[in-house]
Every structure is written in structure tokens, then in C-alpha cells.
Write a protein that binds this ligand. Sequence first.
Ligand code: COI
Length: 354
Amino acid sequence: SQAATFRQATTTDAYRGNEDCTNVNWDELGFGLMPTDYMYIMKCSSDEKFSPGKLNRYGNIELSPSSGVLNYGQGLFEGLKAYRKEDGRLLLFRPEENARRMQMGAERMCMPSPSTYQFLHAVKQTVLANRRWVPPPGKGSLYVRPLLIGTGPVLGLAPAPDYTFLIYASPVGNYFKERLPLNLFVDDDYHRAFPGGTGGVKTISNYAPVLKAQTQAKKKGFSDVIFLDSVNKRFLEEASSCNIFIIKDNVISTPSTQGTILAGITRKSIIEIALKYDYQVEERPVPVEELLNADEVFCTGTAVVVAPVGSVTYHGKRVEYRSGVQTVSHRLYSALTSIQMGLVEDAMGWTVEI
Ligand code: COI
């Protein structure tokens, strides 16, 4: 295959590169793909064991037209970020959480998964090989995108006979192009997930079904969509690409993850920081009426980080929320990003230096 012809990169190659030779205008970074130098590939055949992976030059991959991922959507993805500290060292944020989440998702999707060690090793190799693409401190991060896909051929519906674990990376800045705070549309026509489905795992097939609602909302001038549960059409689930929190009288609430909602790593980290700051935090079903009555609303995710919500619109009614630097969500955002960027001592033990 094309990938196999590329020379395997080494960590020394990455260090040899001039860290400043990317010609990127770091002040203009958004959340779009900027191809980097290397991707990591590790394959797994029917014995469910991954053979040692390697770095390849970043580029297209070959896939069987009848691969499991193309035909039946057998695939998972992850997302995590590497930040550059002032001293030049690179920090990953809770990467073992991504490894564990991929393992749980793989179990649901009948796929073998890399061990936590294999996952972390692969992430570190990918970041080091692309280290010249990690933005300078304060300018963004290197977004790392692991994929686990059924690459073997299938025709009848069945798990694919073999799998590929691949990681690529791209420098990123802010997820939302428009200025924050977000203006969200609460959609109860389309649903993202249903009980017994795969809403709680990071399967690739959870995301394309969101596009219709998101596109319609954007056409109407909204930043994004909040989905409600598919049974009662009443309880908050997620926004398209992130979890949601509301705050009323300093009590922080977020929908509990009971199978239809992704257990976001930023979500979990924000809950842990809020508890450490002595806020009351409730994970429970949150009805849309409480959203309309909240003081503050914000979204969390690896890509979006902590994004304040300025308004929501539901059944034609628009409600506005507190925003700005005096808010609880801003306090939580600062606490989280200071740890992620290595600006404060990491008392939580969340960062991994590479
Ligand atoms: C992330 O936040 O990392 C995600 O995977 C969401 C994606 C739709 C950008």
C-alpha cells in the first residue's frame, strides 16, 4: 500500500525539524484541518491482537470498497489536545481517559481495541513526530484524532475481519467561528440518540445524523443545536458536538449520562473542578423548562473547551443568559485551561508531559 512505502519516522526526525518552519499564522487558527507531517497506523487482524504500529507520512489511506467502516459504519473516533508550555514541553490532557473510552466504545461496536499502553504510546509518537505543528503557548493546541475502523471486507452484515487504529493531528484554535457566547436552537424534531443505541459511545455514526438539524439551525443564524431526549422530547441531551450544563442559583446541573449522552472528558473534568471549588453539582435528567429558567448555560467538549451560551430559542421563545468574565462558567474555564496549558501546578494529576 501507499502508506507502507513511506519511511518510518523516528522521534529524532521530529526533534530535528525547525519548530518555527510551518509558516502558519497562529493568530488565525480556527478548527479546520491543517495537514501535518505524520500519522500513526496500527493494524489488527482476526486474532484481535494489534501488531506494533508505526508512523507514516500523513496522506490518504487505501480502503477496501467493502470495508466495515464504509459499508456499515463500524468505527469510533477520539479527540484530545496537546498544548505547548512556555518552556517548550508538550502537555497532553487525560489521554488515558480517551484510551478507556475507546475501549468501551469498541466493546459496544464489536471491535478489538488498543490497550491503554498502545493508545498512549501511539498518541505520544504522533504528537512528537508533529511537534512543529503544536501552536505556541496561548495560540491554540494540536488536536489529536485517533480513529478505530473496521477495514476488512464484509458484505453480509457482520463485524469486519480486520481493523485499523490510526491517529492524525492538526493544529487548532477556537472551535466556533462566530464570537462567543453561543446562540443555540433547541430542536425537538430531530434526535441524536435513543435508549439502547450508541449515543453514549463515540461512534462515527453518531455525528452525520446531527448535520441536518445543525445545518437548518445555522441557516436561521444560530450557532448550533441542543437536542432533547427522543422518548419524552423534554430532557436535555447534548449540543451537536458537546455536552451541556446549566447553572441556577449557583447550583450546576448537567444531564446524567445514561447511554444516550457521551461521557465527555471535559464534562467530567469540569464536574471535578466545580466540586473542588465547593459548588453543588447535580448529574440528573434536566428538563427543558429548567434550561429556560437558568442563570447561566455553557457547553463543554475537547474541541469547544468551555463555551458560554448567550441565548437559547425553544418553540419560538428566546431566553438570554448571563455571560462574561464574572460568571461561574468563566471561572471553571480558567481553572481548566490553566491546568491544560500548564500555567498552574496540576494538583489533579491530569496532564501528561511528553
Ligand atoms: C471533540 O470535542 O473532540 C469532538 O470529538 C467533537 C467533534 C465533533 C469535533
